[in-house]
Design a protein around this ligand. Structure first.
Ligand code: FE2
Length: 432
């Protein structure tokens, strides 16, 4: 009962697998929740709590023990999250360089927000791992947009971080104090982690297409007729969005928010500075948000319940996602806040551990002519949570680069569309 009272702000919708399991009531609930609250919870037969738990556990091990080598501050073993007693030794600086992604796409990168290095967020991104040549997914777009091959090839010929990660050899001493039940070398973590991430990418690809089908149904999209407009006599076109996403060129990101104030003191990461390596001859590029606002690192506000002032800090500033849909799994600490148009304020989004949170992204906003708005959101940690790190797993369902996005709604239906013209999804994608 408690759980559901906490969810009063947005709807929990059971999304069926496949076209045959779409219902109008689920589609309408999903659409209404996105429109009214900016987000929606979904349950899908492919998303089980056990999968999400394992994913969060593995992502924590990856960041805490391989990337950041987080020191033990609790007096216990630093393998606190490492329930399987994987034998983990941190990645070397050289290996870290090998997986670093200068564009923030595919591989490891560190996002430094407005507040400086102490609230930097560590991110690891994967894409379609089954594509023999990932460049093929985007080549068409760049050719038709008139790019020269030497300009676009460096952008789409990405490195594969798994080449480095799967070759990592653990050298952590097997006799580490406080490593219970540890009996010998266990070098399987990276291959298990890769399998987990790839499997979750596949699951989210399917779930996002099912959600898009529900949105097609909720919007009442029907096949278009040669004279223009939709054919009212036809059944709904559930797969309207599917063809624009059929290359499955999506982005799965694990994000780790280190305990506040520790990011610049961890052994690895930004301390490397502008180190050069064979794979990075120009040195490291720490991503900085353009036009960062000078948000204070620690701000004051008032607790809703007690009325007492408390400390809080925005870890990720207000933004809209560059995606069609975003599927989010937060850990139990939460931290996500969405803009509430009625309250004219940000409201915390409760965590449901067996459901995914769906946000609308900018591409869906463009497609629907603003009928479904991309959700402005941010991440904030409160004082009693600041002693903890936060982990979130974010799946961005993105259109094919060469998908032509034209507002679906006619001007008469939605004046907000005014003179918007079609564009290619790739036009909005970031380039370095
Ligand atoms: Fe976001």
């Amino acid at each position: 009962m408690l759980r559901f009272s906490a969810v009063r702000r947005a709807t929990l919708v059971k999304v069926g697998r496949g076209v045959e399991n779409i219902t109008e009531s689920a589609s309408n609930s999903l659409l209404e929740s996105l429109q009214n609250h900016g987000y929606c919870y979904i349950q899908h037969p492919f998303i089980q709590k056990s999968i999400l738990d394992q994913l969060h556990r593995d992502c924590r091990i990856f960041f805490e023990q391989y990337v950041l080598n987080v020191p033990d501050t609790t007096g216990g073993t630093k393998r606190g999250n490492n329930k399987h007693n994987y034998n983990c030794s941190p990645l070397s600086e050289y290996e870290l360089e090998g997986i670093r992604s200068p564009t923030g796409f595919r591989g490891y990168y560190r996002y430094v927000g407005a507040s400086g290095l102490d609230d930097a967020i560590d991110c690891f991104s994967i894409g379609r791992e089954d594509a023999a040549d990932p460049a093929e997914l985007r080549r068409n777009y760049y050719i038709q947009a008139g790019w020269e091959e030497q300009e676009y090839l460096p952008l789409i010929n990405r490195r594969n971080p798994w080449d480095v990660l799967l070759n990592h050899v653990n050298t952590y001493p097997a006799t580490e104090k406080g490593a219970p039940h540890f009996t010998g070398p266990n070098n399987n973590f990276m291959s298990d982690f890769r399998d987990m991430m790839v499997a979750y990418y596949e699951l989210c690809s399917i779930v996002s297409i099912d959600v898009l089908r529900h949105i097609s149904c909720g919007l009442g999209i029907r096949p278009s007729i040669p004279q223009g407009g939709f054919d009212p006599a036809s059944e709904y076109d559930y797969n309207f969005f599917t063809s624009f996403h059929n290359k499955k060129d999506f982005d799965l990101q694990a994000k780790y928010y280190p305990q506040l104030g520790t990011a610049s003191r961890v052994k690895q990461g930004v301390e490397i500075g502008n180190k050069q390596s064979p794979q990075n001859p120009d040195g490291v590029r720490v991503l900085r948000r353009k036009g960062a606002k000078t948000t204070p690192l620690v701000g004051e506000d008032t607790d809703d319940e007690t009325g007492k002032s408390k400390e809080s800090v925005v870890r990720l500033d207000t933004h809209k996602d560059l995606s069609t849909l975003t599927l989010l799994s937060q850990d139990a600490l939460g931290g996500l806040e969405v803009w509430d148009e009625e309250k004219k304020d940000y409201v915390a989004v409760p965590v449901l551990e067996d459901a995914l949170l769906v946000n609308a992204g900018l591409f869906l906003e463009k497609w629907t002519g603003g009928l479904i708005e991309a959700t402005p959101h941010r991440v904030r940690t409160r004082s009693h949570h600041n002693n903890n790190s936060r982990c979130s797993i974010v799946f961005f369902a993105l259109p094919n680069h060469d998908a032509k996005i034209e507002p679906l709604l006619q001007q008469d239906d939605n004046p907000a569309v005014d003179t918007q013209e079609g564009f290619y999804a790739g036009d909005m994608m970031p380039t370095p």
